[in-house]
Design a protein around this ligand. Structure first.
Ligand SMILES: [Zn+2]
Length: 218
């Protein structure tokens, strides 16, 4: 496991990543943000409270941690980084940028991954993941078609909206990147983004799809 630290608004922020698989394989970077928004500014009652982040933060982390548990490094043809980004979700507070951790991460790269898959807000019990409009269309099509093949109804092969997230900095460098995100979540940036709103079955749809894709990628 490795870390990258950098200053952010008077704190030391920290990206964390672990690496597996042969170095000469295709370099696949899987990413999720692990910070949660410091203020629930969409909450009508408690806008000064922090967001618990069961979905907006922890769901993507849960998928990556489970992949780290079930992937067998000796069977991998691809070189895989599991990357946990800090300070994705402080955008618009004190004029902070969104997705600052992944931006700092891309600035530290001296070569570029072949593909990047970000998972964010993938735990909603009512899972509806559309194509994110800025994401690489070819990679999106591959991932969604695997999900369809598994009968995972949470993946909907139709164009959704565009979202600024941890895939953005990679896309700006010309790296094929996608964001797997269900942005239709009523508890987004409220104090009600709690464990009872997310389901293990939703996490499984996303994690299993990525697992199959990784096992098919060399
Ligand atoms: Zn957020």
């Amino acid at each position: 496991m490795s870390e990258q630290t950098f200053p952010f608004n008077g704190i030391e922020a920290r990206n964390i990543y672990g690496v597996a698989g042969p170095e000469d394989g295709n370099w696949i970077l899987l990413g999720a943000h692990y910070d949660t928004r410091p203020i629930a500014d969409r909450d009508t009652l408690f806008p000064e409270q922090p967001v618990p982040g069961a979905n907006d933060g922890a769901s993507g982390v849960a998928v990556l941690l489970e992949l780290s548990r079930i992937l067998i490094p000796s069977t991998l043809d691809a070189h895989i980084w599991l990357t946990f980004f800090d300070v994705e979700d402080s955008g618009g507070i004190d004029e902070n940028a969104w997705a600052y951790g992944s931006l700092k991460f891309t600035e530290s790269l001296d070569r570029y991954p072949d593909a990047v898959v970000i998972v964010d807000m993938v735990g909603d019990a009512d899972l509806n993941i559309f194509f994110e409009a800025n994401s690489d269309p070819e990679l999106s099509a591959v991932i969604w078609s695997i999900a369809q093949g598994q009968g995972f109804s949470g993946f909907i092969p139709e164009l959704g909206r565009s979202i600024l997230d941890d895939h953005t900095a990679f896309l700006r460098l010309g790296i094929p990147a996608i964001d797997i995100i269900d942005f239709d979540y009523p508890y987004w940036h409220t104090t009600e983004d709690t464990l009872d709103k997310v389901s293990a079955e939703s996490l499984e749809q996303v994690g299993r799809t990525i697992q199959i894709w990784l096992m098919e990628t060399d």
